[in-house]
Design a protein around this ligand. Structure first.
Ligand code: O2Y
Ligand code: MN
Length: 603
């Protein structure tokens, strides 16, 4: 097959890889993507003609499309996700592992002829702003035009990325197929995929192979596969951090600005916090990212973060003008919707968008739906995909190659009891211990029993590309790279603490900015407020929390900040049991902190 590389790239290694993959997959045609708007529009039009996309009402959602997946292909497949490092020990106890040679054998067989009858698209992209030391380049080969248009939104894709790559640049190759070759004359499915799925990362050779799924994190290889699993292994080797964290800027009425990163397990309102509208007068926020942060120390000894992505792939259910008005404004146009419900006038709807559903909908299963039905109209993992630049509070530093300086790191979980609304850790080592101890009670949205505790260290459980015990060690080492006063302060928040009546004690949403304000004061140098020492960390003096205009009783506040030593002793027992899985990879610093916590909460 003659591939028109001339005006595209002269990178010998890239060309050789594409030719090798053509030999393996036998596509009918190769499309070298340029990342232009024209290319995006043409592909969206083709997806409309092939009935995968439905254009939405141009009066209500201009430039937007509705799409539903195969009912078996609706989310990341954690049990089919593999870290194929040389040894099982390097993948660690929290990842699935297979010997790399064995896995390559399996993949080679699966990919053999897998693109017959389909177009092979080659997508060059940059994760992170062009010209940033923190950015990385990737190239995804895929037979899914759905993946291409999503990569167009989620990454900086096309000619510009190729220019940065030049003829010698380094790139991370990602091979993707939906795993459904087309025979001559065969009618294509509206959502091609396979019942066999493999999402595979080779962290040492830094490559990705994904087979069988066309959905989200399984198919958009720049996101979880590259920006977290591969990047975390690269970050360990090179002394930086690739994290599952939002990046948020907050400015006080005097015009001082500070940036925070935050890690939350799923269903804890991460996108809502990333786009928060503060309720306190004069305070402003800006969103740098809602999901992933790459961080390195700058020449001044401070930690700087970039968002490697260029779009939001947000979960739709629960997103409303109450929970996240900025997200609702962001997705008003040029948005791709997957697995949400469709209204009669070609708009979208999902559970939680409005208090009551419309009388008639088309469900995510593409069947008529009425409010009497017990199944949700939108899939709980339905998504919107939208350019970050459409967010009304997108940060002016979004494209800054330097990144933004980070003053605080926030960890959070959903705990009905135990953790107070907010506490600050004593120092970096204690902060790393809190990140490692992160756990959350599962909601209906997650697999498993409602209310059951799931350990999710640093919210990285499905995303760490190597042994999680070594990852804790890497975080501890990072803390030694600069002077202690230049390190961000580390906090833990729990928006979900409940009172004896079973009701949430804290109103959440925009009111969470009051907690950010306390952190803002704490990270100021020198700190503007003192904090109260407790056995678990430093909590606010109640008078330092700005509660003006908030109807929160004294009793509620007492409960929000109460520390039940008995519950913490149970937590220590649970953590001891959990940390045992890391065996000799559990760093001394984590053991030391566990011991110290045990002593502080002891009788
Ligand atoms: O299910 C998927 O494929 C998407 S998962 C996802 C998407 C955006 C941001 N975060 C996540 C996640 O699972 O953490
Ligand atoms: Mn995420």
């Amino acid at each position: 097959m003659n591939i028109a590389f001339e005006s595209w790239s002269q990178h010998p290694q890239l060309k050789a890889w594409i030719e090798e993959m053509v030999q393996l997959c036998h596509p009918k045609e190769v499309h070298l993507c340029d990342g232009s708007k024209k290319e995006y529009d043409t592909l969206c039009q083709q997806l409309v003609e092939n009935k995968m996309f439905l254009p939405l009402n141009p009066q209500k959602r201009p430039g937007s499309f509705w799409c539903v997946s195969h009912p078996s292909d609706v989310a990341r497949v954690e049990d089919r996700t593999f870290i194929c490092s040389k040894t099982a020990e390097d993948a660690g106890p929290t990842n699935h592992w297979k010997n790399p040679e064995e896995m390559k054998h399996i993949l080679t067989k699966l990919f053999q002829g897998c693109m017959e009858g389909r177009v092979m698209y080659v997508v060059p992209f940059s994760m992170g702003p062009y010209g940033s030391k923190l950015s990385l380049l990737g190239v995804q080969i895929t037979d899914s035009p759905y993946a291409v248009v999503h990569m167009y939104i989620m990454t900086r894709m096309g000619k510009e990325a190729l220019k940065v790559l030049g003829e010698k640049g380094e790139f991370i190759p990602g091979m993707h197929s939906v795993g459904m070759p087309l025979k001559p004359g065969e009618q294509d499915s509206t959502w091609p995929c396979s019942s066999t799925k493999y999402i595979v990362q080779f962290p040492e050779e830094r490559s990705i192979w994904s087979y069988g799924s066309g959905y989200g994190g399984n198919a958009l290889l720049g996101k979880k596969c590259l920006a977290l699993r591969i990047a975390s292994a690269k970050a360990r080797d090179e002394g930086w951090l690739a994290e599952h964290m939002l990046i948020l800027g907050i400015t006080n009425p005097a015009g001082e600005k500070k940036y925070f990163v935050a890690a939350f397990p799923s269903s804890c309102g991460k996108t809502n916090l990333a786009m928060i509208t503060p309720t306190m007068p004069g305070w402003k926020t800006e969103c740098v990212g809602d999901d992933i942060a790459w961080m390195r120390f700058g020449a001044d000894g401070r930690l700087y973060a970039i968002n490697p992505e260029n779009g939001f792939f947000g979960v739709a259910p629960g997103t409303s003008m109450l929970s996240n008005p900025n997200a609702m404004k962001t997705i008003q146009k040029n948005t791709l919707y997957t697995n949400v419900a469709l209204t009669e006038d070609y708009d979208v709807w999902w559970e939680g968008m409005t208090p009551n559903p419309p009388e008639k909908l088309t469900s995510w299963k593409n069947t008529p739906w009425t409010p009497k039905m017990s199944e949700p109209a939108a899939h709980p993992n339905s998504r919107f995909t939208v350019p970050s630049q459409q967010c009304p509070i997108i940060s002016p530093s979004f494209n800054d190659p330097q990144g933004v300086p980070i003053s605080g790191i926030i960890f959070g979980g959903r705990r009905a009891s135990l953790a107070p609304l907010v506490y600050e850790t004593f120092d970096w080592e204690h902060g790393v211990f809190i990140g490692a101890s992160l756990s959350s009670e599962m909601t209906a949205a997650a697999k498993g029993t409602i209310g059951q505790l799931r350990h999710d260290p640093f919210a990285m459980l499905p995303f760490c590309g190597y042994n999680m015990g070594d990852y804790f060690g890497h975080w501890l080492e990072m803390g030694k790279k600069t002077q202690p006063q230049k390190l961000p302060k580390v906090f833990h928040v729990n928006w979900f603490k409940k009172g004896a009546d079973g009701k949430f004690l804290w109103p959440g949403y925009g009111e969470n900015a009051r907690v950010l304000k306390w952190m803002f004061d704490r990270v100021s140098q020198p700190s503007r407020v003192e904090a109260k020492k407790t056995p678990i960390g430093l909590i606010p003096h109640l008078e330092d929390l700005d509660l003006q205009g908030l109807s929160c009783s004294h009793q509620q506040l007492q409960e929000l900040f109460s520390i039940d030593k008995e519950q913490w002793r149970t937590e220590v027992v649970e953590l001891k049991k959990y940390f045992k899985i890391f065996q000799k990879h559990l760093p001394e610093g984590i053991q030391r902190q566990l011991q110290a916590l045990e002593e502080r909460v002891g009788v």
